[in-house]
Design a protein. Structure first.
Length: 765
C-alpha cells in the first residue's frame, strides 16, 4: 500500500541535546492474537484536499491492519474529527480530513457503495475544532468547497501519497531557529532578555501606539475580545519596531504564544527574518511561502501546526496554517493587492486574518502607510481602532514631491531632461537613485509602422510584450506565458520597419546605461529576480553602496529600507491613472506614496532654525500635473484626497460601503458562452425583481444590482473566452442570497461553461 513520507513524522531536525518537537501520539488499540487489529463499523464524512469536491462519505477499513504497521499508521476504526487519513478517489489516493464520525450508515447510500479509508498519517497533527471551523468559514464565505481550502492550506509535499522517504531530515533552505530549553514547553519559561544589540529609544508616537497595543493584548491574554488595530504610520515611522515591541510584550507574559507576521511579497521576508532573529534569538522562527523548497515548507508548516514555532513569517497562504497557540496576528502592508488570491480559492488574507484573530481570541494589527479604504471605513464605524504615526522615526523630513509636465518638457527615451540632471547631481554627491516604472519587458507592443500590424497572442488575443532575454528578442504573453521569437519583418506586408511601441523597464534600463555609462545600475523586476536568494543578494548590494541607480517595478515600492536613497523618479505615473477600474486612484495613490517613501528615510540636514530639512527628492513625470491626486502628493494633503474617494464610493454604493461579487464564466465556444451568460442574467434579474415585489419587501432589495454580462480583459485567455457578471448588494447577506441563486441555477443545468464566484473582488478583469 502506498504510504506518505514518514521521515517528517517527528518534525524538523532537533539541535544537539534537544528533545525536538512533539510528535502526535499513536492511539493505542487492542491487538488480536493473530497480530491483526479489529475495528467496529464506522462511517466518516471526509473533506479531500482537492479543489472541486465537497465532503464525501467513507467507511472504516474492512481489512484489519497488520501489526507491523502499528508504528507508522493507526487503524481507521478509531479516527476522530480533525484526524487525517488517506482516502481513495477513483484510482487516486488523496489526503483527507475527517469532519464527523457516525456508527450508522448514511440513508442515501448502501454500505457496499462506500469505499474504506486507509490509515491516518500520524505526523500530521489533528486539527482543532477552531481550525476546522475557520476552514469551514473560508469555504462558505468564498463559495468554494472545503477541499479547495485544504488544498491551499496544506503544503503539496504533505498531500502526496508516495513511497519515498527522504534520507536527510534537514529542511532544505529553511530557517528554523530553536531554543532547546523552551521547545515544547507551555508554561514556566523565562521572560525574554533585553533585545540585543541596543536600539534607539522609542518615539512618542511609537510609545503611544504600544500603549494601545498593550491594552488590547491584556484583553487578549484574558481570553476577552479585542479590537482590531490599524497602525497607520507613514513610511519610515518605525512600524516594524512597534511589531517587535508588541511581540516582546506578548512573550514576556506568555512565552509559548505564537505570532503570525504576514507580508504581501516573498521578497520582503528575508529582511524581516534577519531583523526578527536578531531581536529574538531564543525564539523559534519559520518561513511560510510558496517560494520555499517543498520539504522546507512542509517542515515549517509542521513546526507551526505542532505549536513549536513561536513566530511564523509568511505571505498570504500563511493565514491558513494551523497555529494552536496563536495570540497575535500582524498584517504588514495591509492595503496591498498581493494579499488577495486571484485564482483558485480567491480569498483575502487580510480579511481572513481579522476573522481568525477574533475566532482565536488573538489580537490583529493591520499596518500600512496607505491604509485600504476598507480598513479606514472600519475605523469610521468603530469596528477598528486607528493608531497614527505621522513622523519618521529617524527625524528625517518627508521628501518634497516635484511634478514634471511631459507635455511641456517631453521625455526622451523615457526620461525628461530635469530628471536626467537631478540623477546626475545625486550620483555626484554619492547618493543613490531609484527610477520606478511598473511595466515589465522592453516594450508593451511590437508593431509595423507601414501597415499598423501588431503581434498578438493567438491564445489570448492581446498584444505580446517584447522582452530582451539573453541578448535575444522574445515576445511573451503576460497572460498565458506563451513565448515566440520576434519577427524580422512584418508578416502582413513584409516591411522591415517592425519595431517596439511604448516603453518597458528593460528599455528604461538601457536608457540609463547610455546616459550614465560609469554608474552601477541594477534592475529589479520579476524577470531579473527569480528567487529569494537573488533578492537578498540584490538588497545587500544596494545597502552596501555597490549600486548607484536602481531601476525597479512594483516590488521596490514597499517595505525596503534603503539608507542611501536620495532620489526617486517615477518615469510614467499616468499608466494606472487612466485605468478604468474604480479602485485605480486608490491604487495609484498607494503606489506613489509607498515608492516616494523609499527616499530620504535616513538623510536630513539641520537648517538655521534647527529643524531637519530633507536631502531627498521625488520627481513624478506626468501629462496631467493638475490632477487632484498629484496635487495632493505635492501639497501633502493625501488624507483629504482619500476622504474625497470615500465619499464618492459611499454615494455610489461601492466598496467599502457596498458588497460586490463577480460571477466569472469561461468556455472555449464564444457563442455558447454569450448565450449562457445572457440566460443567467435574465434569471437573476427576474428573481431580483420578484424579491422587490414581495409584500413588505426589505428595502435593501431596491439597492441590490445584477449587471448585464460583459467580456473580461483580455476576453480570450489561454484559448478560453471569459465573461463576467457583477453582483452588488448593500449587505453581505443580500449579496450571499443572490450568489446562492447563481449556484442553484448552475447546479441544475449541464453545461461546459466553467463558473467561478469571486467574493470581494479587487478588479473586474
Amino acid at each position: 500500500m502506498s504510504q506518505f513520507p514518514t521521515d517528517l513524522s517527528t518534525g524538523p531536525p532537533s539541535p544537539e541535546g534537544s528533545a525536538g518537537p512533539p510528535t502526535p501520539p499513536i492511539h493505542p488499540s487492542p491487538l488480536s492474537t493473530s497480530g491483526l487489529q479489529a475495528h467496529a463499523p464506522r462511517w466518516y464524512s471526509v473533506a479531500l484536499a482537492t479543489p472541486r469536491l465537497g465532503p464525501l462519505t467513507y467507511a472504516a477499513a474492512s481489512t484489519p491492519t497488520p501489526k507491523w504497521e502499528e508504528q507508522s499508521t493507526t487503524p481507521s476504526g478509531i479516527l476522530a474529527p480533525g484526524d487525517w487519513c488517506i482516502a481513495p478517489l477513483g484510482k487516486r489516493a488523496l489526503l483527507g480530513l475527517v469532519l464527523s464520525v457516525s456508527d450508522t450508515p448514511p440513508e442515501n447510500l448502501s454500505p457496499d457503495q462506500i469505499r474504506p479509508l486507509s490509515p491516518i498519517r500520524p505526523q500530521l497533527p489533528a486539527l482543532s475544532e477552531r481550525t476546522r471551523s475557520f476552514y469551514a468559514f473560508a469555504a462558505t464565505y468564498y463559495h468554494r468547497p472545503l477541499g479547495a481550502v485544504l488544498a491551499t492550506a496544506i503544503p503539496p509535499y504533505l498531500q502526496r501519497p508516495v513511497g519515498y522517504a527522504p534520507k536527510s531530515r534537514k529542511p532544505a533552505n529553511s530557517r528554523a531557529h530553536q531554543l532547546p530549553s523552551q521547545a515544547g514547553k507551555s508554561s514556566g519559561a523565562q521572560a525574554l532578555p533585553v533585545i540585543e544589540p541596543p536600539i534607539d529609544p522609542l518615539t512618542k508616537e511609537q510609545s503611544s501606539a504600544l500603549q494601545a497595543i498593550a491594552a488590547q493584548l491584556t484583553e487578549t491574554l484574558r481570553d476577552q475580545p479585542s479590537s482590531p488595530l490599524l497602525l497607520h504610520g507613514v513610511t519610515g515611522s518605525g512600524k516594524t519596531r512597534v511589531y517587535i515591541e508588541a511581540m516582546h510584550a506578548l512573550w514576556q507574559a506568555e512565552p509559548d504564544a505564537q505570532v503570525l507576521l504576514m507580508v504581501p511579497e516573498i521578497g520582503l521576508t528575508p529582511q524581516l527574518e534577519n531583523r526578527m532573529c536578531k531581536a529574538f534569538p531564543e525564539k523559534t522562527l519559520v518561513n511560510l511561502h510558496s517560494g520555499m523548497p517543498e520539504k522546507g515548507r512542509a517542515v515549517s508548516w509542521l513546526m507551526a501546526a505542532q505549536g513549536v514555532a513561536h513566530l511564523a513569517i509568511g505571505t498570504r497562504l500563511s493565514v491558513l496554517t494551523p497555529l494552536p497557540r496563536l495570540r497575535l496576528v500582524i498584517v504588514d502592508e495591509e492595503h496591498d493587492a498581493a494579499l488577495k488570491q486571484q485564482d483558485g480559492l480567491r480569498y483575502s488574507a487580510r480579511d481572513l486574518a481579522v476573522y481568525r484573530a477574533r475566532q482565536e481570541n488573538a489580537l490583529v494589527i493591520l499596518g500600512s502607510a496607505t491604509p485600504s479604504l476598507e480598513s479606514l471605513a472600519r475605523c469610521e464605524d468603530g469596528a477598528y481602532q486607528r493608531l497614527v504615526m505621522s513622523r519618521q522615526a529617524t527625524g528625517a523630513q518627508r521628501p518634497p514631491v516635484r511634478l514634471i509636465d511631459t507635455l511641456v518638457t517631453p521625455a526622451t527615451d523615457g526620461l525628461t531632461q530635469p530628471a536626467r540632471e537631478t540623477i546626475g547631481q545625486v550620483l555626484a554627491s554619492g547618493g543613490q537613485a531609484l527610477v520606478f516604472l511598473n511595466r515589465r519587458g522592453w516594450a508593451p507592443v511590437l508593431g509595423c509602422e507601414s501597415c499598423g500590424w501588431v503581434q498578438h497572442c493567438g491564445a489570448c488575443l492581446t498584444p505580446m510584450v517584447l522582452h530582451r532575454v539573453s541578448r535575444r528578442w522574445r515576445l511573451i504573453c503576460h497572460h498565458c506565458g506563451l513565448q515566440t521569437p520576434a519577427p524580422q519583418a512584418c508578416p502582413d506586408c513584409g516591411a522591415q520597419d517592425v519595431g517596439p511601441i511604448g516603453r518597458g523597464i528593460q528599455k528604461l534600463e538601457d536608457t540609463l546605461q547610455r546616459a550614465f555609462p560609469t554608474a552601477s545600475i541594477l534592475r529589479l523586476d520579476r524577470d531579473a529576480i527569480g528567487s529569494v536568494k537573488e533578492m537578498q543578494a540584490a538588497m545587500q548590494a544596494i545597502s552596501q553602496g555597490r549600486v548607484q541607480i536602481i531601476v525597479g517595478t512594483q516590488m521596490m515600492a514597499k517595505g525596503h529600507d534603503l539608507p542611501g536613497l536620495r532620489l526617486v523618479v517615477v518615469a510614467d505615473a499616468d499608466q494606472q491613472l487612466l485605468h478604468p477600474d474604480f479602485r485605480a486612484p486608490e491604487w495609484l495613490l498607494a503606489t506613489l506614496t509607498q515608492v516616494a517613501g523609499r527616499a530620504g528615510r535616513h538623510t536630513s540636514l539641520p537648517d538655521t532654525q534647527g529643524t531637519n530639512s530633507p536631502l531627498a527628492e521625488v520627481l513624478i513625470q506626468t501629462r496631467y500635473p493638475q490632477h487632484p491626486l498629484f496635487r495632493a502628493l505635492v501639497e501633502n494633503t493625501t488624507e483629504a484626497f482619500v476622504r474625497r474617494l470615500m465619499e464618492e464610493r459611499r454615494a455610489a454604493g461601492l466598496p467599502p460601503y457596498g458588497h460586490m461579487a463577480i460571477v466569472r464564466l469561461a468556455d472555449r465556444d464564444q457563442d455558447r458562452l454569450r448565450a449562457w451568460a445572457a440566460d443567467l442574467h435574465r434569471r437573476l434579474y427576474a428573481w431580483l425583481r420578484d424579491q422587490r415585489r414581495q409584500p413588505n419587501a426589505d428595502p435593501q432589495w431596491s439597492e441590490a444590482q445584477v449587471y448585464p454580462p460583459a467580456p473580461d480583459y483580455p476576453e480570450r485567455r489561454a484559448g478560453r473566452v471569459r465573461w463576467h457578471l457583477v453582483v452588488e448588494g448593500p449587505t453581505r447577506k443580500t449579496r450571499a442570497q443572490i450568489v446562492g441563486q447563481v449556484e442553484e441555477f448552475y447546479a441544475s443545468v449541464r453545461t461546459t461553461v466553467d463558473l467561478v464566484i469571486e467574493i470581494d473582488p479587487l478588479s473586474q478583469s
